[in-house]
Design a binder for this molecule. Structure first.
Ligand code: NAI
Length: 332
């Protein structure tokens, strides 16, 4: 089947070309993000493939449908960037990759936590400049600390297990508690108790209207002084302005962020020759105790291979008229 892939990077092309040897689809690569203004590029393609910072709103989906597209294949787990009601009304099927490597994202969350706690990001720059002083690098032992995990689905579960391995006390909150984690000693509790007791807080819930700005000013005030916040899920789970205020007050110990609420149009781009126009992000980047990565939690060889295989297999199933195992719809 002819598949138009948007917002593509070189590492994805390698993974998709390799996986496509087993499928034989006709792949066409587009660098621009898939948004209303670029959707016409997909005219004549029955299937399009989109990533996390594409914006599949009603206008974009209408243009896709006008151009003959019938399938939107998301090469991501999250689907908060798709207007599913509009897709259903237009008769567009939407599929995603629900799980490709929860380990990739969970391990990246751990990497962020270890780095900000021990200031590895600063130590690297300092040593390269010939400064071997240690001032400002005092961290804390993880063993015995309380880690709050919000969302214990695929990724949060792996993260919680790793934290148990570090000897941490793990508190969790999820609408559906996980029996394996309970058996491991993880304690499910209310959000309020989790906020009050955690030394480290890691977010693994999807972005929905319920979870938008889950971490806001009120929550940040309730949390322990010195708490380390890790967000590898979606930027808008956190009210970034409130986060900046908490950092300025010295209330937050550190933050490790792989996602940012206004990352669209910034992350996955080389903007090093330009003046950064986003003042909130620019302010965040000034804090010595904040480490930001540009949405790379998923970026392992294993995850890329799984993403490519699952996406191309969904396209095959669609072409064959088979049921779509990974379809997402407004009803859930
Ligand atoms: P999942 O669907 O397996 O787990 C999500 C968990 O959150 C579920 O257990 C669900 O019951 C729980 N949940 C949902 N709404 C809730 C609420 N309002 N309150 C409490 N619990 C709630 O999802 P998975 O695979 O673990 O991914 C989590 C998120 O990670 C994704 O939604 C995506 O936004 C993000 N992600 C980030 C990546 C990165 O590269 N940084 C890559 C992949 C996913």
């Amino acid at each position: 089947m002819r598949l138009a892939l948007f917002d593509t990077q070189s590492y994805e092309r390698v993974a998709f070309e390799a996986a496509n040897a087993a499928f034989g689809h006709e792949l066409t690569w587009f660098e621009p993000r898939l948004i209303a203004e670029t959707a016409a590029l997909a005219a004549g393609f029955p299937a399009v493939c989109a990533f996390v910072n594409d914006r599949l709103d009603r206008a974009a989906l209408t243009t896709l449908e006008d151009g003959g597209t019938r399938l939107v294949a998301l090469r991501s787990a999250g689907f908060n960037h798709v207007d599913l009601d509009a897709a259903a009304a237009l008769g567009l099927a939407v599929v995603r990759v629900p799980a490709y490597s929860p380990h990739a994202v969970a391990e990246h969350a751990v990497a962020l936590l270890l780095s900000v706690n021990r200031r590895i990001h600063r130590a690297h720059s300092r040593v390269r400049e010939g400064n071997f002083q240690l001032d400002g690098f005092v961290g804390f032992d993880l063993v015995g600390k309380t880690v709050g995990v919000i969302g214990t689905g695929r990724i949060g579960k792996v993260f919680a297990r790793i934290m148990c391995g570090f000897g941490c006390r793990v508190l969790a909150h999820d609408v559906a508690p996980d029996a394996d984690l309970i058996a491991l000693g993880v304690v499910y509790t209310s959000l309020d108790a989790l906020y009050r007791e955690s030394d480290i807080l890691s977010l693994h819930v999807p972005l929905t209207p319920d979870t938008h700005h889950l971490i806001d000013e009120a929550v940040l005030r309730v949390m322990k002084r010195g708490v380390v916040l890790v967000n590898t899920s979606r930027g808008a789970l956190v009210d970034t302005r409130a986060l900046i205020d908490a950092l300025k007050r010295g209330h937050l110990g550190a933050a490790g962020l792989d996602v940012y609420e206004e990352e669209e149009g910034i992350f996955f781009r080389d903007l090093s020759d330009q003046v950064l126009q986003d003042d909130v992000l620019a302010r965040l980047l000034t804090f010595p105790n904040v480490l930001i990565t540009a949405h790379q939690g998923f970026l392992t060889h294993e995850a890329l291979a799984n993403i490519a295989h699952t996406t191309l297999d969904s396209v095959r199933a669609f072409e064959a008229g088979e049921p779509l195992t990974h379809q997402v719809s407004a009803a859930g």
